[in-house]
Structures are given as C-alpha cells and as structure tokens.
Design a protein around this ligand. Structure first.
Ligand SMILES: *Cc1c(COP(=O)(O)O)cnc(C)c1O
Length: 453
C-alpha cells in the first residue's frame, strides 16, 4: 500500500527541483512541522536543526510571539506594494532597523532575498557615482574577494567567486577586480598568522591603487566568508578595509546576509570592528527565518544623490513586487522584540563556550585540520592528513558523510564541502548543543575511519 509519505517522497523527487542539489542522487528529507530547534519529518521523527534551516532561523521554529505577530498582520493586510505606497508595519520596521544599525545608515530598501539585497546595493552604488553632485561616471566596476558568495542572481554571481558554482555562468557575468581571500587559516607561502592581516591588506591596497578610479564599490562579507567554507578573516581586516575604501574614495558594501542578525554574537557583524559601511545588506534571519525578507541600508549622502524632480530622472528604477511585504515585516519586528525580551544576545557567549567545550576533543583528531568559531557559527574542517594539511579528495564527500551519520542520530546538518558547519538557531539550549556536538564527533570518527573508500 502506498502511504502518504511514500507518495510525497516520490513527488518530491519527480517534481521539486531543489536548490544546490543533484536531483539524480537526492534523498528526500521532508520536514512536516517544527517546534523550537527541532524539526519533525513525516514519520514524526525529531531532528535538531543544527544549521538553523540554512543559517536563517533565529529564535526557534513556531515561536508563539512571531506566530502571533504574523496572524495579527494577516487580519490587517497581507500585502501592500512598495511602489509609491506604504503600510504601518513596514514603516515601523524601517525605523527599528535604522535605530539599531550603525548610525550613518538611515534609509532602507526592502526586497525578499539576500541576492536581491546585494543587487540593490550594487545598483545604488553604480547610480550614485553617475548622479552625485560631483559625478564620477567612470566609477562603474566592483572589487570583490575570491570565493565570495553573494547570492545567485547574475549581478550577485558576478561579484561571487566560488568557482564550482559560478564558473559555468562566466560568459554571462560582468568582470570584477578580484582580491585574494583573506583566509587566516590557509595562508600563502611565507605568510605567518602574525603577518597575515598586513599581507592581505597590502594586496588589497595595491589593487585599489591601480583600479580605484574605475571602482564604484568594494563588496565584502564582513568577518566570515560563509559559503566559501566559513572562512574567517584576520582580526581587524574589515576595519582596515573600511579605512582603505575611504582613502581611495570607493564605496563599501557589507553583505551581512549570513553573518548578520546575531550569528556572530552581535546583532550586526559590522559592530565587532566598529565599521559603518556605505551600504549594508541583510537577509536570512531578518524575519526570524520565517518569511522571505531582505533589506539594503544606505547612508544619507547616497540617498541624496537620488533626490530631484521626477523630470530629473534621478529615481532608483528598481523594485520587487513583494518588497517590504507586511507579513514578513511583522515577523521581523517580532524577531527584534524577542531579541530584547529573551535577551538573546546576552546568552550567546555562554552557549558559544559550551559548544566550543563540547567540540574541544576534536582539536586533536587526526582528520580535523581546523576548528573555528565566532558566536554560534562553528566550522570543523576535515583533512586527509593533518600534518600536511592535505585535503580529502573532493568527490569522497566526507563532509556529507558526517552529516548523513548525524541525521541517523537525530541531528540535521548541511556541510560546505569538507567543512562541517554547526550554526544552530540562537535559541538553542545547552542539552541540544551537547546532542549536536556528540553527533558531530561520532560522525567525524565514522566518516574518516576508513581512508580507502
Ligand atoms: C545566503 C547568502 C546570500 C543570498 O541570499 P538569498 O536569500 O539566498 O538570495 C547572499 N549573501 C550571503 C553572504 C549569503 O550567505
């Protein structure tokens, strides 16, 4: 007899084309409901959400406060266009974002996805140089980092630098100035941990010196390049990037879609190095991970370059049908309220310490090359040979094998190649952290015990 579960399983494989997934090999993982940090499949089996539903859930699933906010908004109005119209909830959210973000960011452009937030930032930067009081129309290019990930639309892929994802589309993309990835773990020959920051900054400075007259903006994921494999930048790098962009008169676009909203321990990653970018992109956790919502925050000098009479044609001709959707905005406002009510940020250092303690035994594991953590973002890098830093053969999918094992232990994770990522909702509890860490440790033993297959 075919059960409802079997049917869904078959239809999922047949009809749903999943993101970043080889459909020929896809095994359905169907989440029917969720509560707190636990997902339940169609057999009502529980799984801890070890990567916050792909880096976006903040206060847990089915949070009564966020659910109620969405229900209340549902009874008011579900959608109002952002094209020449507004609604109270979206206005209040813009105000709250401006109050909470670095001081100079005063204007908010909403969209639904992180990629769109980056597209908006790229286009605002471009148009700004064309029409500001002292225009510099030759500033039409961007500088971005190797292995950067900014989303999957063509503009965001152009500034992206993950070859495995992006090379296929190169003929469709615009050319960018590419700086080396400021990776503090994998250092170029002759560079030491002490000299790493200076080394990467000199490389960047040389590129800015050569290209600044054509550069509209530098695009960066502050502190951590997430999709690159949770690559951590050297301490202080971001602050110096801000100084360099000021010196060379180039705008700074901070893509906090992954690292924003508390993941690194502060609401904005930019706070940690006291940076105010010219444009700041938010997404993923912005509406608590409940509904699609993203935002691009801009400073007043940028905003002013777009003001004028209709006939001046200075308008930003860009928009998305669901920009600033009030249901998503209600979820975002409630998410901010919960940050305050539950003092979410205050509890992060303690949770981060627990997670780090639970994972500490891995530090001497023969197949762990590095463990890095900031706030609740944790990455464990698997290697074939720890002494030589030799990676596993990519096609062996060791990272995926760890996650497959963890799933059998009731922990859902998704790796980045051979980097095992643990990035739970900020609401995760100590016993849940322990369960995730146990599954990761056993999973790593299991997935690396045999080197011949
Ligand atoms: C996920 C991500 C994006 C893209 O966001 P979407 O909502 O998937 O379009 C952009 N930048 C960074 C740093 C991300 O991690």
């Amino acid at each position: 007899m075919t059960t409802a579960h079997d049917e869904l399983h078959a239809w999922d494989r047949q009809h749903v084309w999943h993101a970043f997934t080889q459909m020929a090999e896809y095994t359905p993982f169907i989440v029917e409901r969720a509560h707190g940090c636990t997902l339940f499949d169609t057999h009502d089996q529980p799984y801890l959400d070890g990567v916050s539903s792909l880096w976006c859930n903040v206060h847990g699933h089915n949070h009564p406060r966020i659910n109620q906010a969405i229900r209340d908004q549902l009874d008011q109005v579900s959608h109002v266009t952002s094209l020449g119209a507004s609604n109270p909830t979206t206005i209040r959210l813009a105000r709250r974002l401006v109050e909470r973000s670095p001081a100079e960011l005063q204007h908010v452009f909403f969209a639904s996805d992180g990629a769109a937030a980056v597209e908006v930032a790229l286009k605002i930067a471009f148009q700004y140089w064309q029409q500001r009081t002292d225009p510099k129309p030759e500033k039409t290019r961007y500088l971005a980092f190797q292995q950067a990930y900014h989303g999957d639309t063509l503009g965001s892929v152009s500034v992206g630098g993950v070859d495995r994802f992006h090379n296929m589309f190169r003929p469709l993309l615009f050319d960018v100035v590419r700086a080396p990835i400021p990776d503090r773990h994998h250092l170029p020959k002759g560079v030491t941990p002490q000299s790493a920051n200076d080394f990467y900054l000199q490389e960047l400075e040389a590129l800015l010196k050569t290209h600044h007259q054509q550069l509209a903006a530098v695009v960066i994921e502050p502190l951590i390049q997430a999709a690159a494999g949770m690559v951590f930048h050297p301490e202080g790098f971001y602050r110096e990037v801000r100084n360099l962009t000021r010196r060379f008169d180039v705008l700074l676009i901070a893509d906090e879609v992954a690292v924003g909203w508390g993941k690194t321990g502060t609401l904005f990653a930019s706070e940690q190095e006291q940076v105010c970018p010219d444009l700041l992109c938010l997404g993923k956790g912005l509406a608590g991970g409940y509904l699609p919502l993203s935002a691009t925050l801009a400073t007043t000098p940028l905003w002013e370059a777009f003001l004028g009479s209709h006939a001046d044609s200075r308008t930003f001709y860009h928009g998305h049908t669901f920009s600033g959707n009030p249901l998503a905005a209600a979820a975002a406002l409630a998410t901010l309220d919960v940050f305050d009510e539950e003092e979410t940020l205050r509890h992060i250092p303690e949770k981060a310490r627990l997670l780090s303690d639970y994972l500490a035994p891995l530090a001497s594991h023969p197949h762990v090359g590095d463990i890095r953590q900031r706030g609740l973002i944790t990455a464990i890098e698997l290697v074939r040979d720890r002494e030589q830093g030799e990676p596993f053969v990519w096609s062996e999918r060791r990272g995926q094998r760890v996650c497959d094992f963890a799933l059998s232990r009731g922990v859902w994770l998704r790796p980045l190649g051979d980097v095992v990522v643990v990035m739970p909702p900020l609401a995760i509890q100590p016993d849940e952290l322990q369960q995730i860490a146990d599954a990761v440790r056993d999973g790593i033993d299991h997935a690396t015990s045999c080197l011949t297959d």
